[in-house]
Design a protein around this ligand. Structure first.
Ligand SMILES: CC(C)(COP(=O)(O)OP(=O)(O)OC[C@H]1O[C@@H](n2cnc3c(N)ncnc32)[C@H](O)[C@@H]1OP(=O)(O)O)[C@@H](O)C(=O)NCCC(=O)NCCS
Length: 182
């Protein structure tokens, strides 16, 4: 994705979608901090209030690494959602970056508006154009919205990690999902 595009949410609001680069590190750090404090959105993710934020330098390196793709949705100057793909071991001749680990997070005010599906389509396009053979995602079994979102986009559940986290006083399993792109 080279250019910014406009995307209309189901509620009529228009957001801008474009690739996140190292120069966007400050905006991303602000967004990640908001995610940690957004209970609804962070409930079934690894975010929690007070989660240490990464250093700006590590963010710049991550976003400018050509083996990663970070795409963000912006409401004005603020990032309100993002999807990522990271190639697994691109320099290892056995793995060759053929698998891409994906993930998405959108602030609760902007969820269930079609944005997650749109970001998934963009991430998948990048994966196909950049030699990724398989997409992989991990989702807590209670995260119905994310599961629906992935299943609807052609991912299959291929495994389960039992009692993988303890959330709201109960054990939560984690599903492993994948989608072969060929
Ligand atoms: C998971 C997430 C990225 C999905 O994005 P989204 O913008 O909310 O989802 P979309 O509006 O594109 O919906 C895609 C599909 O997901 C499902 N879905 C959306 N909202 C849902 C809800 N409230 N309950 C159940 N399924 C839902 C539907 O099948 C929907 O398709 P449809 O609208 O054509 O029926 C987003 O909700 C999010 O960031 N959630 C919090 C963080 C998180 O859980 N991230 C994933 C961690 S693995």
């Amino acid at each position: 994705m080279n250019r910014a595009i406009k995307f209309k949410l189901k509620n009529g609001k228009v957001v801008t979608i474009r690739r996140i680069r190292g120069t966007d590190a400050d905006a991303m750090l602000k967004f990640l901090n908001k995610c940690s404090h957004d209970y609804e959105t962070s409930k079934y993710t690894s975010f929690y209030p007070g989660k240490p934020t990464p250093s700006k330098e590590s963010c710049v390196a991550l976003y400018d690494n050509p083996n990663n793709f970070f795409v963000g949705a912006w409401d004005g100057d603020n990032i309100i959602g993002e999807s990522t793909i990271t190639k697994v071991s691109p320099n290892n001749p056995k793995y060759r970056g053929l698998t891409g680990i994906t993930g998405s997070i959108i602030l609760s005010k902007y969820t269930s508006q079609g944005l997650g599906g749109k970001l998934k389509t963009i991430v998948e396009k990048w994966a196909r154009e950049n030699g990724v053979h398989k997409l992989e995602a991990e989702v807590f079994h209670k995260n119905v919205r994310s599961l629906n979102n992935l299943l609807k986009n052609g991912y299959e559940i291929i495994g389960i990690k039992h009692d993988h986290a303890f959330i709201n006083n109960e054990w939560v399993h984690e599903y492993i999902l994948e989608k072969i792109l060929d």
